[in-house]
Design a protein around this ligand. Sequence first.
Ligand code: ATP
Ligand code: MG
Length: 416
Amino acid sequence: MIYKAPRGTKDILPSDSYKWQFAEEVIRDQCRRYGFNEIRTPIFEQTEVFVRGVGDTTDVVSKEMYTFEDKGGRSMTLRPEGTAGVVRSLIENNINPLPLKLYYLSAPMFRYENPQAGRQRQFHQFGIEVFGASDASVDAETIALAWDVLKNVGVGNLELNINSIGCPECRPAFREKLIAYFEDRKDELCPTCRERLYKNPLRILDCKEEKCREICSNAPVITDNLCPDCQEHFEDLKAYLKEYGIPYVVNPFIVRGLDYYTKTVFEIISGEIGAQGTVCGGGRYDGLVSQLGGQDICGIGFGMGMERLMMVMEAAGGGPAEGNRPDIFIATMGRNARLKCVDLLRSLREKGFSADMDHISRSMKAQFKYAGKINCRFVGSLGEDELEKGIVKLKNMDTGEEKEVAFDEIAGMLAK
Ligand code: ATP
Ligand code: MG
Protein backbone atom coordinates (compact mmCIF):
# COMPACT_ATOMS: atom_id res chain seq x y z
CA MET A 1 0.00 0.00 0.00
CA ILE A 2 1.39 3.37 -0.99
CA TYR A 3 -0.28 6.18 0.89
CA LYS A 4 -0.98 9.42 -0.87
CA ALA A 5 -1.60 12.92 0.40
CA PRO A 6 -5.36 13.63 0.42
CA ARG A 7 -6.78 14.96 -2.85
CA GLY A 8 -6.35 18.71 -3.12
CA THR A 9 -3.47 18.87 -0.62
CA LYS A 10 0.22 19.29 -1.34
CA ASP A 11 3.43 18.63 0.51
CA ILE A 12 5.74 21.61 0.55
CA LEU A 13 9.12 19.96 0.04
CA PRO A 14 12.60 21.36 0.78
CA SER A 15 12.97 22.14 -2.93
CA ASP A 16 10.14 24.66 -2.46
CA SER A 17 10.04 25.53 1.21
CA TYR A 18 12.95 27.97 0.91
CA LYS A 19 10.87 29.97 -1.57
CA TRP A 20 8.02 30.10 0.93
CA GLN A 21 10.48 31.24 3.58
CA PHE A 22 11.71 34.00 1.30
CA ALA A 23 8.16 35.28 0.70
CA GLU A 24 7.33 34.95 4.39
CA GLU A 25 10.33 37.08 5.31
CA VAL A 26 9.29 39.75 2.84
CA ILE A 27 5.76 39.67 4.23
CA ARG A 28 6.83 39.92 7.87
CA ASP A 29 9.11 42.80 7.02
CA GLN A 30 6.40 44.70 5.13
CA CYS A 31 3.88 44.08 7.92
CA ARG A 32 6.35 45.48 10.42
CA ARG A 33 6.86 48.57 8.28
CA TYR A 34 3.11 49.13 8.06
CA GLY A 35 2.61 48.62 11.80
CA PHE A 36 0.90 45.22 11.84
CA ASN A 37 1.25 42.54 14.52
CA GLU A 38 0.73 38.82 14.09
CA ILE A 39 -2.26 36.90 15.37
CA ARG A 40 -2.60 33.11 15.33
CA THR A 41 -6.03 31.59 15.83
CA PRO A 42 -7.12 27.92 15.86
CA ILE A 43 -7.58 26.17 12.52
CA PHE A 44 -11.04 25.07 13.60
CA GLU A 45 -13.88 26.99 15.13
CA GLN A 46 -17.50 26.35 16.04
CA THR A 47 -19.31 26.01 12.72
CA GLU A 48 -21.58 28.90 13.72
CA VAL A 49 -18.65 31.35 13.57
CA PHE A 50 -18.42 30.83 9.80
CA VAL A 51 -22.14 30.45 9.15
CA ARG A 52 -22.81 33.80 10.83
CA GLY A 53 -19.52 35.42 9.89
CA VAL A 54 -19.17 34.41 6.25
CA GLY A 55 -22.83 34.00 5.41
CA ASP A 56 -24.87 30.92 4.57
CA THR A 57 -25.67 32.03 1.03
CA THR A 58 -22.02 32.00 0.04
CA ASP A 59 -20.37 29.18 -1.89
CA VAL A 60 -17.79 28.86 0.85
CA VAL A 61 -20.36 28.10 3.54
CA SER A 62 -23.00 26.33 1.50
CA LYS A 63 -20.70 24.03 -0.49
CA GLU A 64 -17.08 24.13 0.54
CA MET A 65 -16.78 23.68 4.31
CA TYR A 66 -15.09 20.82 6.10
CA THR A 67 -17.57 20.39 8.92
CA PHE A 68 -17.50 17.57 11.46
CA GLU A 69 -18.97 16.65 14.77
CA ASP A 70 -16.41 16.32 17.56
CA LYS A 71 -16.58 13.62 20.22
CA GLY A 72 -18.62 15.95 22.40
CA GLY A 73 -21.28 16.25 19.72
CA ARG A 74 -20.39 19.85 18.80
CA SER A 75 -20.33 20.97 15.19
CA MET A 76 -16.84 22.16 14.26
CA THR A 77 -15.44 23.45 10.97
CA LEU A 78 -11.92 23.66 9.61
CA ARG A 79 -11.55 27.32 8.81
CA PRO A 80 -12.25 28.17 5.15
CA GLU A 81 -11.02 31.76 5.59
CA GLY A 82 -9.28 33.82 8.22
CA THR A 83 -11.43 36.82 9.03
CA ALA A 84 -14.30 35.22 10.99
CA GLY A 85 -11.92 33.53 13.46
CA VAL A 86 -9.94 36.73 13.97
CA VAL A 87 -13.15 38.65 14.65
CA ARG A 88 -14.24 35.96 17.12
CA SER A 89 -10.89 36.39 18.87
CA LEU A 90 -11.11 40.19 18.84
CA ILE A 91 -14.47 40.03 20.59
CA GLU A 92 -13.53 37.25 23.01
CA ASN A 93 -10.22 38.82 24.06
CA ASN A 94 -11.28 42.43 23.74
CA ILE A 95 -7.99 43.15 21.96
CA ASN A 96 -6.76 46.73 22.30
CA PRO A 97 -6.11 49.46 21.37
CA LEU A 98 -8.18 50.45 18.37
CA PRO A 99 -7.38 50.93 15.55
CA LEU A 100 -5.91 47.45 15.65
CA LYS A 101 -3.76 46.09 12.83
CA LEU A 102 -3.32 42.33 12.66
CA TYR A 103 -1.88 39.83 10.21
CA TYR A 104 -1.69 36.07 9.85
CA LEU A 105 0.85 34.28 7.71
CA SER A 106 0.81 31.01 5.77
CA ALA A 107 -2.29 30.09 7.73
CA PRO A 108 -3.85 26.81 6.50
CA MET A 109 -7.37 27.16 5.08
CA PHE A 110 -9.71 24.37 4.01
CA ARG A 111 -12.31 24.37 1.27
CA TYR A 112 -13.89 21.40 -0.40
CA GLU A 113 -13.25 22.51 -3.97
CA ASN A 114 -12.51 20.95 -7.29
CA PRO A 115 -8.71 20.78 -7.20
CA GLN A 116 -6.84 22.31 -10.12
CA ALA A 117 -3.76 24.47 -10.65
CA GLY A 118 -3.85 27.19 -7.98
CA ARG A 119 -6.95 25.71 -6.34
CA GLN A 120 -6.50 23.27 -3.47
CA ARG A 121 -8.52 21.86 -0.60
CA GLN A 122 -5.89 22.81 1.93
CA PHE A 123 -4.21 26.04 0.95
CA HIS A 124 -2.50 28.84 2.84
CA GLN A 125 -3.18 32.50 3.23
CA PHE A 126 -1.39 35.60 4.28
CA GLY A 127 -4.06 37.96 5.47
CA ILE A 128 -4.49 41.21 7.33
CA GLU A 129 -7.34 42.78 9.27
CA VAL A 130 -7.65 46.36 10.52
CA PHE A 131 -10.34 47.14 13.08
CA GLY A 132 -11.77 50.45 14.16
CA ALA A 133 -10.68 52.71 11.29
CA SER A 134 -13.28 53.86 8.81
CA ASP A 135 -11.39 56.44 6.74
CA ALA A 136 -10.57 55.40 3.19
CA SER A 137 -6.91 56.10 3.98
CA VAL A 138 -6.84 52.74 5.74
CA ASP A 139 -8.46 51.02 2.76
CA ALA A 140 -5.68 52.44 0.60
CA GLU A 141 -3.04 51.43 3.14
CA THR A 142 -4.36 47.88 3.15
CA ILE A 143 -4.09 47.72 -0.61
CA ALA A 144 -0.64 49.34 -0.55
CA LEU A 145 0.65 46.66 1.82
CA ALA A 146 -0.49 43.88 -0.51
CA TRP A 147 0.99 45.76 -3.43
CA ASP A 148 4.36 46.23 -1.71
CA VAL A 149 4.52 42.56 -0.73
CA LEU A 150 3.96 41.53 -4.34
CA LYS A 151 6.50 44.03 -5.64
CA ASN A 152 9.11 42.95 -3.11
CA VAL A 153 8.86 39.25 -3.91
CA GLY A 154 9.52 40.21 -7.52
CA VAL A 155 6.06 40.21 -9.10
CA GLY A 156 5.26 42.92 -11.63
CA ASN A 157 2.44 42.83 -14.20
CA LEU A 158 -0.26 43.37 -11.60
CA GLU A 159 -3.71 44.82 -11.97
CA LEU A 160 -5.58 46.29 -9.04
CA ASN A 161 -9.36 46.15 -9.46
CA ILE A 162 -11.47 48.18 -7.06
CA ASN A 163 -15.17 48.62 -6.54
CA SER A 164 -17.57 49.77 -3.88
CA ILE A 165 -20.52 47.56 -3.02
CA GLY A 166 -22.23 50.14 -0.84
CA CYS A 167 -23.62 49.77 2.64
CA PRO A 168 -26.91 48.81 4.32
CA GLU A 169 -28.12 52.32 3.35
CA CYS A 170 -27.77 52.04 -0.40
CA ARG A 171 -27.40 48.35 -1.18
CA PRO A 172 -31.02 47.25 -0.63
CA ALA A 173 -32.31 49.60 -3.33
CA PHE A 174 -29.56 48.51 -5.71
CA ARG A 175 -30.37 44.91 -4.91
CA GLU A 176 -33.98 45.45 -5.96
CA LYS A 177 -32.83 47.13 -9.17
CA LEU A 178 -30.59 44.17 -9.93
CA ILE A 179 -33.32 41.64 -9.24
CA ALA A 180 -35.68 43.54 -11.52
CA TYR A 181 -33.05 43.59 -14.26
CA PHE A 182 -32.18 39.90 -14.00
CA GLU A 183 -35.81 38.79 -13.65
CA ASP A 184 -36.40 39.84 -17.25
CA ARG A 185 -33.69 37.47 -18.44
CA LYS A 186 -34.03 34.85 -15.76
CA ASP A 187 -34.34 31.89 -18.12
CA GLU A 188 -31.00 32.69 -19.72
CA LEU A 189 -29.06 32.65 -16.45
CA CYS A 190 -27.09 29.57 -15.41
CA PRO A 191 -28.76 27.33 -12.80
CA THR A 192 -26.52 28.63 -9.99
CA CYS A 193 -27.37 32.24 -10.80
CA ARG A 194 -31.08 31.46 -11.06
CA GLU A 195 -30.77 30.18 -7.52
CA ARG A 196 -28.87 33.31 -6.46
CA LEU A 197 -31.41 35.67 -7.97
CA TYR A 198 -33.38 36.36 -4.79
CA LYS A 199 -30.84 35.19 -2.23
CA ASN A 200 -27.69 36.94 -3.34
CA PRO A 201 -28.19 38.77 -6.67
CA LEU A 202 -24.90 40.67 -6.40
CA ARG A 203 -23.06 37.39 -6.79
CA ILE A 204 -24.47 37.00 -10.29
CA LEU A 205 -22.21 39.88 -11.27
CA ASP A 206 -19.12 37.77 -10.77
CA CYS A 207 -20.37 34.54 -12.36
CA LYS A 208 -17.78 33.06 -14.70
CA GLU A 209 -20.32 31.59 -17.19
CA GLU A 210 -20.17 33.18 -20.64
CA LYS A 211 -23.91 33.78 -20.93
CA CYS A 212 -24.23 35.27 -17.46
CA ARG A 213 -21.31 37.58 -18.17
CA GLU A 214 -22.99 38.82 -21.30
CA ILE A 215 -26.23 39.49 -19.42
CA CYS A 216 -24.26 41.26 -16.68
CA SER A 217 -22.57 43.60 -19.12
CA ASN A 218 -25.73 45.73 -19.28
CA ALA A 219 -26.78 45.35 -15.65
CA PRO A 220 -27.13 48.40 -13.40
CA VAL A 221 -23.79 49.47 -11.96
CA ILE A 222 -23.46 49.80 -8.21
CA THR A 223 -21.09 52.75 -8.25
CA ASP A 224 -23.88 54.75 -9.95
CA ASN A 225 -26.20 53.83 -7.08
CA LEU A 226 -24.18 54.63 -3.97
CA CYS A 227 -25.42 56.83 -1.13
CA PRO A 228 -23.47 60.10 -0.65
CA ASP A 229 -21.42 58.62 2.20
CA CYS A 230 -20.30 55.58 0.17
CA GLN A 231 -19.74 57.76 -2.88
CA GLU A 232 -17.43 60.07 -0.94
CA HIS A 233 -15.60 57.14 0.63
CA PHE A 234 -14.95 55.65 -2.81
CA GLU A 235 -13.68 58.98 -4.16
CA ASP A 236 -11.37 59.29 -1.15
CA LEU A 237 -10.03 55.78 -1.77
CA LYS A 238 -9.11 56.72 -5.32
CA ALA A 239 -7.40 59.91 -4.15
CA TYR A 240 -5.35 58.03 -1.55
CA LEU A 241 -4.36 55.34 -4.03
CA LYS A 242 -3.07 58.09 -6.26
CA GLU A 243 -0.86 59.31 -3.42
CA TYR A 244 0.51 55.79 -3.06
CA GLY A 245 1.21 55.76 -6.79
CA ILE A 246 -0.85 52.62 -7.28
CA PRO A 247 -2.73 52.39 -10.57
CA TYR A 248 -6.25 50.92 -10.40
CA VAL A 249 -9.14 49.88 -12.56
CA VAL A 250 -12.71 50.41 -11.35
CA ASN A 251 -14.39 47.08 -12.01
CA PRO A 252 -18.13 46.97 -11.19
CA PHE A 253 -18.09 43.16 -11.43
CA ILE A 254 -15.89 42.69 -8.38
CA VAL A 255 -18.40 41.84 -5.66
CA ARG A 256 -16.45 39.20 -3.71
CA GLY A 257 -17.75 35.86 -2.58
CA LEU A 258 -18.24 36.52 1.10
CA ASP A 259 -21.36 38.17 2.47
CA TYR A 260 -19.78 40.49 4.98
CA TYR A 261 -18.30 43.12 2.68
CA THR A 262 -19.36 46.79 2.65
CA LYS A 263 -18.03 49.73 0.63
CA THR A 264 -14.52 48.95 -0.66
CA VAL A 265 -13.83 45.61 -2.32
CA PHE A 266 -10.73 44.84 -4.33
CA GLU A 267 -8.75 42.14 -6.06
CA ILE A 268 -5.18 42.08 -7.26
CA ILE A 269 -4.82 40.04 -10.39
CA SER A 270 -1.61 38.85 -11.93
CA GLY A 271 -1.16 38.56 -15.67
CA GLU A 272 1.51 35.89 -15.12
CA ILE A 273 -0.76 32.90 -14.58
CA GLY A 274 -3.97 31.94 -16.33
CA ALA A 275 -7.39 31.30 -14.86
CA GLN A 276 -6.44 31.38 -11.17
CA GLY A 277 -4.79 34.79 -11.52
CA THR A 278 -6.40 36.41 -8.48
CA VAL A 279 -3.62 36.52 -5.93
CA CYS A 280 -5.30 38.68 -3.38
CA GLY A 281 -8.85 39.69 -2.55
CA GLY A 282 -10.34 41.73 0.20
CA GLY A 283 -12.51 44.55 1.31
CA ARG A 284 -14.24 46.43 4.05
CA TYR A 285 -16.61 44.65 6.44
CA ASP A 286 -18.13 47.28 8.68
CA GLY A 287 -20.99 45.11 9.95
CA LEU A 288 -19.10 41.92 10.71
CA VAL A 289 -17.96 42.50 14.29
CA SER A 290 -21.47 43.33 15.48
CA GLN A 291 -22.85 40.50 13.36
CA LEU A 292 -20.70 38.13 15.42
CA GLY A 293 -21.89 39.62 18.70
CA GLY A 294 -19.28 42.31 19.27
CA GLN A 295 -19.50 46.07 19.41
CA ASP A 296 -20.06 48.21 16.36
CA ILE A 297 -16.45 48.16 15.16
CA CYS A 298 -15.66 48.55 11.49
CA GLY A 299 -13.00 46.52 9.72
CA ILE A 300 -11.10 45.94 6.51
CA GLY A 301 -8.73 43.23 5.34
CA PHE A 302 -7.59 40.91 2.59
CA GLY A 303 -6.53 37.33 2.02
CA MET A 304 -3.61 36.49 -0.22
CA GLY A 305 -3.24 32.90 -1.41
CA MET A 306 0.31 31.73 -0.67
CA GLU A 307 0.21 29.01 -3.35
CA ARG A 308 -0.86 31.58 -5.92
CA LEU A 309 1.77 33.99 -4.66
CA MET A 310 4.38 31.26 -5.23
CA MET A 311 3.03 30.63 -8.72
CA VAL A 312 3.17 34.27 -9.79
CA MET A 313 6.52 34.77 -8.10
CA GLU A 314 8.03 31.93 -10.09
CA ALA A 315 6.31 32.87 -13.33
CA ALA A 316 7.70 36.39 -12.96
CA GLY A 317 11.20 35.09 -12.29
CA GLY A 318 11.13 36.60 -8.79
CA GLY A 319 11.94 34.90 -5.53
CA PRO A 320 15.25 33.97 -3.93
CA ALA A 321 18.28 33.59 -6.18
CA GLU A 322 19.21 30.23 -4.67
CA GLY A 323 18.16 27.73 -2.03
CA ASN A 324 19.45 27.58 1.52
CA ARG A 325 23.20 26.75 1.37
CA PRO A 326 25.14 25.20 4.24
CA ASP A 327 28.35 27.12 4.89
CA ILE A 328 30.50 24.07 5.38
CA PHE A 329 30.53 20.28 5.34
CA ILE A 330 33.54 18.73 7.02
CA ALA A 331 34.48 15.32 5.62
CA THR A 332 36.25 13.13 8.17
CA MET A 333 38.40 10.03 8.18
CA GLY A 334 38.73 8.00 11.38
CA ARG A 335 37.33 8.19 14.90
CA ASN A 336 39.67 10.90 16.24
CA ALA A 337 38.89 13.16 13.29
CA ARG A 338 35.18 12.72 13.91
CA LEU A 339 35.58 13.67 17.55
CA LYS A 340 37.49 16.83 16.62
CA CYS A 341 34.95 17.56 13.90
CA VAL A 342 32.12 17.59 16.46
CA ASP A 343 34.09 20.16 18.45
CA LEU A 344 34.61 22.29 15.31
CA LEU A 345 30.94 22.09 14.31
CA ARG A 346 29.81 23.07 17.79
CA SER A 347 31.97 26.18 17.69
CA LEU A 348 30.97 27.11 14.11
CA ARG A 349 27.26 26.67 14.81
CA GLU A 350 27.63 28.77 17.94
CA LYS A 351 29.04 31.54 15.72
CA GLY A 352 26.01 31.27 13.47
CA PHE A 353 27.31 29.17 10.60
CA SER A 354 25.48 26.27 9.02
CA ALA A 355 27.91 23.37 9.45
CA ASP A 356 27.52 19.63 8.95
CA MET A 357 29.44 16.33 8.92
CA ASP A 358 29.08 12.69 7.91
CA HIS A 359 27.14 10.38 10.21
CA ILE A 360 27.10 7.16 8.20
CA SER A 361 30.79 6.24 7.84
CA ARG A 362 31.07 7.00 4.15
CA SER A 363 34.33 7.04 2.22
CA MET A 364 35.95 10.49 1.78
CA LYS A 365 34.93 10.38 -1.88
CA ALA A 366 31.28 9.70 -1.03
CA GLN A 367 31.31 12.47 1.58
CA PHE A 368 32.62 14.95 -1.01
CA LYS A 369 29.94 13.90 -3.45
CA TYR A 370 27.23 14.40 -0.84
CA ALA A 371 28.68 17.82 0.06
CA GLY A 372 28.33 18.79 -3.60
CA LYS A 373 24.71 17.65 -3.65
CA ILE A 374 23.71 19.72 -0.65
CA ASN A 375 25.38 22.68 -2.37
CA CYS A 376 27.55 23.85 0.52
CA ARG A 377 29.92 26.78 0.12
CA PHE A 378 32.98 25.06 1.56
CA VAL A 379 34.06 21.47 2.08
CA GLY A 380 36.69 20.70 4.69
CA SER A 381 38.67 17.50 4.97
CA LEU A 382 39.96 16.23 8.26
CA GLY A 383 42.06 13.05 8.63
CA GLU A 384 44.97 11.90 10.82
CA ASP A 385 47.51 14.19 9.06
CA GLU A 386 45.34 17.28 9.40
CA LEU A 387 44.61 16.47 13.03
CA GLU A 388 48.32 16.37 13.77
CA LYS A 389 48.91 19.71 12.05
CA GLY A 390 45.81 21.34 13.62
CA ILE A 391 44.28 22.27 10.26
CA VAL A 392 41.54 21.33 7.83
CA LYS A 393 41.92 21.37 4.06
CA LEU A 394 39.26 23.81 2.98
CA LYS A 395 37.87 23.87 -0.55
CA ASN A 396 35.80 26.76 -1.81
CA MET A 397 33.15 24.99 -3.88
CA ASP A 398 32.43 28.03 -6.04
CA THR A 399 36.00 28.87 -7.05
CA GLY A 400 37.60 25.46 -6.59
CA GLU A 401 40.37 27.10 -4.55
CA GLU A 402 41.94 24.90 -1.84
CA LYS A 403 43.73 26.02 1.30
CA GLU A 404 45.03 24.65 4.58
CA VAL A 405 43.31 26.53 7.38
CA ALA A 406 44.07 26.36 11.12
CA PHE A 407 41.13 25.20 13.26
CA ASP A 408 40.57 28.59 14.81
CA GLU A 409 40.66 30.35 11.45
CA ILE A 410 37.87 28.39 9.79
CA ALA A 411 35.16 30.77 11.00
CA GLY A 412 37.12 33.72 9.61
CA MET A 413 37.30 32.03 6.20
CA LEU A 414 33.58 31.28 6.16
CA ALA A 415 32.73 34.84 7.07
CA LYS A 416 34.43 36.19 3.95
P1 ATP B 1 -11.66 32.35 -6.24
O1 ATP B 1 -12.58 33.28 -6.94
O2 ATP B 1 -10.35 32.14 -6.93
O3 ATP B 1 -12.32 31.07 -5.79
P2 ATP B 1 -12.19 33.45 -3.65
O4 ATP B 1 -12.96 34.67 -3.91
O5 ATP B 1 -12.90 32.21 -3.24
O6 ATP B 1 -11.24 33.12 -4.91
P3 ATP B 1 -11.06 34.49 -1.22
O7 ATP B 1 -12.01 33.80 -0.35
O8 ATP B 1 -11.15 35.94 -1.41
O9 ATP B 1 -11.02 33.76 -2.65
O10 ATP B 1 -9.57 34.14 -0.76
C1 ATP B 1 -8.49 35.04 -0.97
C2 ATP B 1 -7.40 34.43 -1.79
O11 ATP B 1 -7.10 33.10 -1.35
C3 ATP B 1 -7.73 34.26 -3.25
O12 ATP B 1 -7.53 35.44 -3.95
C4 ATP B 1 -6.74 33.19 -3.68
O13 ATP B 1 -5.46 33.74 -3.90
C5 ATP B 1 -6.69 32.31 -2.45
N1 ATP B 1 -7.55 31.12 -2.59
C6 ATP B 1 -8.88 31.04 -2.41
N2 ATP B 1 -9.32 29.78 -2.56
C7 ATP B 1 -8.21 29.02 -2.83
C8 ATP B 1 -7.98 27.63 -3.09
N3 ATP B 1 -8.97 26.75 -3.06
N4 ATP B 1 -6.71 27.21 -3.32
C9 ATP B 1 -5.68 28.10 -3.33
N5 ATP B 1 -5.83 29.42 -3.10
C10 ATP B 1 -7.08 29.89 -2.86
MG1 MG C 1 -13.57 30.49 -4.23
